[in-house]
Ligand binder design. Structure first.
Ligand code: AGP
Length: 606
């Protein structure tokens, strides 16, 4: 999605803006630009389609010298990918960058007929609206506040004017904005990673707030210009975390670092000796936990699959609680009913996914308690849920979600283990899960290190296929779905995940030379059933890779056998191999692994 950086202070603004926009590249974009004000209060604007490197080419012809400015990476929503649609937009005395969607921009545009619009964007209309209110002795802050009251939709904006050098006004509604407070400098960004290296202290703007920024800091107001007390917070993460750490791609770094980030997820939340799990975030009283009898888990994509896997564990752990896992983009439009004794887990790595956020707001309207299972600290979902838990997977830069999936499953499992105690859950089973959680990071590290080169060879062998089926039963079924998503989104191979028990209900008709199959077979009570499915596929000439934690003899074209003390959580281990497989296939196919075509890291539009 789009990225915003603003700067006012002692440094050359151009350098800070470009560096910040590069930190935001992972969010996915198709054009970029910066606008600065030089020390003689002359504005300069540079925009380009394509990558930041294309923008740098444009700027190199006429470098910007000023010490304040704004920058933007755009992921097209209104209007095509053109320079005229790229941000920043300049209308009259206003220079503006904007994340979000102005839903009533046509209505506003009709009232601004005295302006000559040069783009197809909703953002230019907002710039014109602010300019139309910025007359006489009206301050920029007043003009922005007055204009935003007429806006319907979502926005994260940064605005400046040559009439007020040294001042940048920022405001947010539904699209994140953070104000970094440095020494004699202030940096505005839509994502904390752009602030790292400049400051660790930041103000997370809330919806409906507006900030007036200068080199001495920032003052926060509501849209009625009532001054608000702002509380700076420490930014999580560091520069090293957002560098690639020596790996070729962020994706490989994030797959391999699960063993070191997962302890952060578990930290202080499991008691192996006593077989207990505890999450502080949901701030549920014992009474409230006892009264939960239905859990609805909401998410999109990988977050949805994490919820699906967690729901299997939840059913095993909590005998009298029903679970429901829903796709946010469907659920938000359904006439859904939730029993009063429900709780909703809102699962999102970015905490900004529009459909998931919409579900959160709809569920809250029904008076149901919402708990966030979120990775990005200070994200919109994290700020709007009633309670919740950060999964602490650290910044996940690559578009394909990997370490966050594992952290989300583990966090929801700990939630289940916590409330199970209040519902007569089997203490031995709770203890078994707790013990497996405690060794899971080391087991992930062992699994990845033991099988990385084997998986890389397999990827080379199967990279030329264009179709794949991922199959699994029980807790291997959500893993089949997630494995297929990982492969399709970065290799562009058509991959489908299926419950292996469904094969005879249709998919088996697909088996021919076009396809290969990835079949997860767990060493559990359904092993024989899974082997039956494997034989069905092989009998029809299917080329099968079996991923398993069983030591039994299994006939397949290729077998990857993990040897682990983890049984209940074996699907999580096997999924890390699926992540590696998808990565190496994508590399083999020469794809842009961290920024796959058409995708963005956070889908903040519907
Ligand atoms: C996963 O690899 C994809 N990038 C995508 O499905 C993602 O999981 C989905 O968009 C949800 O994102 P969120 O977790 O940030 O809400």
């Amino acid at each position: 999605m789009c990225g915003i950086v603003g700067y006012v202070g002692k440094r050359t603004a151009q350098d800070v803006l470009l560096n910040g926009l590069k930190r935001l590249e992972y969010r996915g974009y198709d054009s970029a630009g910066i606008a600065t004000l030089d020390d003689e209060d002359n504005p300069h604007l540079a925009r380009s389609v394509g990558k930041i490197s294309d923008l740098e080419q444009v700027i190199s012809e006429k470098p910007h010298t000023g010490h304040m400015g704004i920058g933007h990476t755009r992921w097209a929503t209104h209007g095509g990918v053109t320079v005229s649609n790229a941000h920043p937009h300049n209308v009259g005395n206003i220079f503006l960058v904007h994340n979000g969607i102005i839903e009533n921009y046509k209505e506003l545009k009709a009232k601004l007929s005295n302006y000559d619009f040069r783009s197809d964007t909703d953002t230019e209309v907002l710039a014109a609206l602010i300019d139309s209110n910025y007359k006489g002795d009206v301050s920029l802050k007043d003009a922005v506040a007055k204009s935003l009251k007429d806006v319907r939709g979502t926005y994260g904006i940064a605005v400046f004017s040559p009439k007020e050098p040294g001042t940048i006004v920022a405001a947010r509604l539904g699209s994140p904005l953070i104000i970094g407070l440095g020494h004699d400098e202030t940096i505005i960004a839509s994502d904390a990673s752009a602030l790292l290296g400049y400051t660790r202290e930041a103000i997370y703007l809330n919806d409906g707030e507006l900030a007036v920024c200068n080199s001495n800091g920032s003052e926060v107001f509501n849209l009625n210009l009532k001054h608000l007390n702002s509380h700076p917070e420490e930014i999580e993460g560091n520069l090293e975390q957002i560098q690639k750490g020596g790996y070729d791609h962020f994706l490989l770094k994030e797959i391999m670092e699960q063993a070191t980030t997962l302890p952060n997820t578990l930290s202080g939340r499991i008691d192996v000796e006593n077989g207990k799990m505890h999450l502080g975030g949901p701030n549920l009283t014992a009474e409230e936990m006892r009264n939960i009898h239905h859990v609805v888990i909401v998410g999109c994509g990988t977050a949805y699959y994490a919820g699906l896997l967690a729901s299997y564990y939840m059913e095993q752990l909590i005998p009298d609680v029903t679970t429901e896992v829903v796709i946010a983009s469907e659920y938000r439009y359904r006439s859904f009913h939730l029993p009063k004794d429900s709780v909703a887990l809102i699962v999102s790595q970015s905490g900004e996914t529009a459909d998931t956020l919409a579900c959160l707001r709809e569920i809250k309207k029904r008076g149901v308690k919402t708990l966030g299972i979120v990775n990005v600290v200070g994200s919109t979902i994290a700020r709007e849920v009633n309670g919740g838990t950060y999964v602490h997977a650290g910044p996940e830069i690559s578009v394909a979600s990997t370490k966050a999936f594992t952290a989300q499953v583990v966090t929801m499992l700990m939630f289940a283990g916590m409330i199970a105690e209040y519902h007569g859950g089997n203490p031995d089973l709770i203890h078994s899960f707790t013990r497996e959680l405690s060794i899971l990071p080391a087991e992930i590290e062992k699994t990845l290190n033991d099988h990385r080169s084997e998986i890389e060879q397999l990827a080379k062998k199967y990279a030329s296929f264009d179709d794949a089926l991922y199959l699994g039963r029980d807790t291997a079924y959500p893993i089949a779905l997630e494995g297929a998503l990982k492969l399709k989104e970065i290799s562009y191979i058509h991959a489908e995940g299926y419950a292996s028990g469904e094969l005879k209900h249709g998919p088996i008709a697909l088996i021919d030379d076009r396809f290969f199959e990835v079949f997860t077979i767990l060493d559990n009570w359904l092993f024989d059933k899974s082997i039956g499915g494997l034989h069905e596929v092989r009998a029809r000439g299917g080329k099968v890779i079996v991923l398993t934690n069983s030591t039994a003899d299994i006939e397949a074209d290729d077998i990857v056998r993990i040897n682990s003390n983890v049984k209940l959580l074996a699907p999580i281990l096997i999924n890390t191999l699926q992540q590696l497989f998808a990565y190496y296939v994508a590399v083999e196919r020469g794809n842009d692994v961290d920024q796959p075509r058409n995708l963005a890291k956070s889908v903040t539009v519907e």
